[in-house]
Ligand binder design. Structure first.
Ligand code: ADP
Ligand code: NA
Length: 320
């Protein structure tokens, strides 16, 4: 195996967006030859909030196809629930985690505040995430600010387990990920474009050209109209800045653009050109579901090979 391992999980909590592509899948595809990469679809994490079985299955299938279509064909692709060690190790780690520290997780506090009935799995979500990470013994875990507290918990749990039961886990370093584009919602450019956002502000990876055109045409800008209206200014002109950043991330050029109409036409063309090859590969793969299933079957087999010795060591150490 390669010297370094890289691991990233994406939750099938909705349809993948242009933000996911430019901020995550693109950089993941570009970096897959300098480490052994494991990219997972975290269906167990998706169950922390209610969704119908059909909706979950459709999201997993679509995401599985899109990860391959995005060019992650030289990585180990897997679905979390196909690798039993994730849930099994999570339980062992729940036996070293405390309710006090889980209750201090900012994401839990924010998400649970918005829900009437909160699933216990939302509370223990960071422990399953710790298991996701520790099973692969990665030396480094690149994370954005929103996940930093969870990876610090992962380090704490690994250190505590090792101190109590023996050196089972590698304690990963937290690293800052390479800066990908941060894409904002088209209808509210002060919020990040998200799988769970309202449709009008979100460009889906499978949106056809006319839908992309309509959403970009309705993107929020501002009332400026002078010769220098088309310019980046994140605080003062968040909508225009977002469009310029999308344009650049999609390899378009803003040279000579003097109006918002011209900017939106250029953004539409650049986004459509970026999505077209992905959508074509996705259609080809959707016509060959046996191939997609085989890729994920092989991926899960590789993950079981990597994770089972770690789970076995943890079980033995804790006295099972
Ligand atoms: P979402 O918010 O769409 O549900 P996740 O939180 O599951 O996305 O993140 C999946 C990956 O996509 C992460 O690596 C995250 O940093 C990246 N990502 C998500 N939204 C954006 C965005 N709007 N711009 C850039 N990267 C994003
Ligand atoms: Na999210």
């Amino acid at each position: 195996p390669a010297a370094t391992r890289r691991l990233s999980l994406i939750t099938p909590s909705g349809r993948l967006t242009l933000g996911n592509l430019l901020g995550a899948l693109g950089p993941m595809a570009a970096g897959q030859d300098d480490a052994e990469c494991f990219y997972g679809i975290s269906d167990l994490h998706a169950l922390t909030t209610p969704r119908s079985p059909a909706e979950l299955r459709a999201a997993v299938t679509e995401q599985a196809t899109l990860l391959l279509a995005a060019g992650l064909d030289r990585s180990t692709l897997f679905v979390q629930s196909d690798v039993p060690a994730h849930a099994a190790l999570s339980y062992l780690l729940e036996c070293v985690a405390t309710t006090g520290e889980l209750g201090r997780m900012i994401q839990f506090k924010e998400k649970s505040r918005r829900q009437g009935s909160v699933r216990a799995s939302l509370f223990t979500y960071p422990v399953l995430m710790a298991a996701d990470i520790l099973l692969y013994r990665p030396q480094e875990v690149p994370v954005g600010d929103d996940q930093r507290q969870h990876v610090e918990l992962t380090r704490d749990l690994a250190l505590r387990f090792n101190a109590a039961y023996g050196e089972v886990f590698t304690v990963p370093e937290i690293t800052v990920p390479p800066v990908g584009a941060r894409v904002m919602d088209l209808a509210d450019p002060t919020r990040k474009m998200s799988k769970s956002g309202a449709d009008a502000g979100v460009i889906g990876l499978l949106d056809p050209p006319d839908v992309v055109r309509r959403k970009v045409a309705r993107a929020v800008t501002d009332g400026d109209s002078g010769p220098d209206a088309v310019r980046a200014d994140r605080a003062g002109k968040p909508g225009v800045t977002n469009l310029l950043e999308i344009l650049e991330a999609c390899d378009g050029s803003a040279d000579g653009l003097a109006s918002y109409g011209g900017l939106k036409a250029a953004v539409t063309d650049a986004v459509v050109a970026t999505l077209e090859p992905l959508q074509r590969r996705c259609a080809d793969l959707a016509a060959d579901p046996g191939h997609v299933a085989e890729v994920y079957r092989r991926g899960a087999a590789r993950c079981r090979e990597v994770t089972e010795p770690v789970l076995d060591a943890a079980r033995a150490a804790i006295g099972l």
